[in-house]
Design a protein around this ligand. Structure first.
Ligand code: NIG
Ligand code: FE
Length: 427
């Protein structure tokens, strides 16, 4: 029996200590997610499915994948045997989270159940502003503990790479505190974390005008982010109570000029953000619950990936983003959790994706591509999200012999085994 190894106890280069080549299997099915288009609809029949399959890994990477019996003819390879039925997929990549925060917004949630809207709570100075207050106040150890707990919970649900935004600091000191913490956790924990600077989340109370605050981010926060090498990505919340499309466009173009890649919180309640993402050459426009056909077309025409966040719809009791229309229009659909204390407190990516798939009629392939190969591409990490020779051995195994069971259980079937760079963590 394999013992439980916790990812926080392992340095990132642990896989180098396991240099030896090993064969893992047999899996009832492996879905490699290889050779799928990055844009548009995908039918399940296009997926590369290998039955009675095995994976050979060395130094944390896949060196071969195929029929288990053929691969096991090499008697020199150690075999890590998989008992019972098992379906293997690439580890999930969650391309949009806000899991570095302090405090709870349970009180806001109770107000929302009584009929107050997210936007009303924000306009009254609560919502994001409350989490900013709590996050600024929290000492590093408290912030670290909460963030680490959420990272490990996500990891045990199969998320082996996750993006984490700042955005609850909104001052030089506090934005850097968040980004430095994410960077520290990235070194300490085997999971890969991708930091994004979301200083342009909302205007903090110390500023009277949006443009002054955006100029302050450009002049004082982003140069420090570059100097300390804390993030290569910039995000902005384009919305009525946050930043207007014209303000965002100017800000994003300047951030791009400084060398950042761009992503946008777009079209959550009102439109405008997707068009900004298209005009500024962002890698993704995220949310899109309110997007109209012309917004979706702008994304497709400009090669901007469309990241939908079903967790925010569930958290706010709002309709899902039109994922089916987005795919049929030819866009690259990414599905992310948006895990945050306000609009998306659940944080269970697989459950959210399964529900979205059912309501929006997404195939298994479209749903999984949105959390694997397509999500990895949005983060510029094409060494993962696909199981093929040369890719990272980030893999998750579900206890079934039929991949269709995974969505059928609507998120309640979790991976039983998770490998990060070839090292196994049993659930
Ligand atoms: O993606 N909408 C803006 N930002 C987050 C919510 C952050 C919060 O409410 O704390 C989102 O939904
Ligand atoms: Fe978000």
């Amino acid at each position: 029996m394999r013992g439980m190894i916790l990812p926080e106890n392992l340095p990132k280069d642990f896989h180098l200590m396991c240099k030896q080549m090993k064969l893992i299997g047999p899996f009832s099915q492996i879905l490699t997610m290889d050779n799928l288009p990055y844009k548009g609809p995908i039918q399940d029949a296009s997926m590369h499915l290998i039955r009675n399959a095995g994976v050979i890994i060395e130094d944390g990477c896949i060196t071969d994948i195929g029929d288990f019996d053929v691969l096991s003819t090499n008697k020199k390879i150690t075999v890590e045997e998989i008992p019972g039925p098992s379906v293997l997929l690439p580890g999930f990549v969650d391309a949009h989270t806000h899991i570095c925060f302090a405090g709870s917004r349970a009180a806001d949630y109770a107000k929302k159940i009584q009929g107050k809207t997210y936007q009303e709570i924000l306009a009254e100075g609560g919502g994001i502003h409350y989490t900013v207050e709590q996050t600024r106040k929290a000492n590093l150890e408290t912030l670290k503990q909460g963030t680490e707990k959420r990272i490990l919970r996500h990891f045990s649900s199969g998320v082996t790479t996750m993006e984490i935004k700042s955005g609850y600091g909104l001052s030089v000191v506090d934005e850097l505190k968040m980004l430095e913490l994410i960077s520290m956790l990235n070194e300490e924990i085997a999971v890969d974390l991708v930091p994004t600077c979301l200083a342009a989340h909302v205007r903090p109370k110390e500023f009277d005008h949006n443009t002054d605050y955006l100029d302050f981010i450009l002049a004082d926060i982003l140069p420090e982010v570059i100097r300390k090498n804390l993030s290569g990505r910039v995000d902005i919340f384009v919305e009525d109570n946050a930043f207007k499309p014209e303000e965002a466009e100017r800000f994003l173009m300047q951030a791009k000029h400084m060398g950042f890649s761009l992503t946008v919180h777009a079209d959550q309640f009102t439109t405008g953000g997707a068009i900004v993402a298209a005009k500024t050459g962002a890698v993704s426009a995220d949310h899109l619950e309110s997007s109209k056909d012309r917004d979706i077309k702008a994304l497709v025409d400009n090669d901007v990936a469309a990241a939908v966040l079903p967790g925010a719809s569930l958290g706010l009791a709002m309709p899902f983003a039109p994922a089916r229309r987005i795919l049929d229009a030819g866009a690259g659909l990414v599905i992310a959790s948006d895990w945050n204390p306000g609009s998306a407190p659940m944080g269970d990516l697989l459950t959210q994706a399964a529900l979205l798939s059912n309501f929006e009629k997404l195939s298994f392939a479209e749903t999984m591509a949105g959390m694997t190969c397509r999500a990895a591409k949005v983060l510029g990490m094409e060494d993962r999200g696909i199981l093929s020779s040369g890719k990272l051995a980030d893999m998750i195994a579900f206890p079934t012999d039929d991949y269709r069971e995974i969505l059928y259980h609507q998120g309640m079937m979790k991976p039983e085994m998770v490998w990060k760079r070839g090292v196994i963590y049993n659930n």
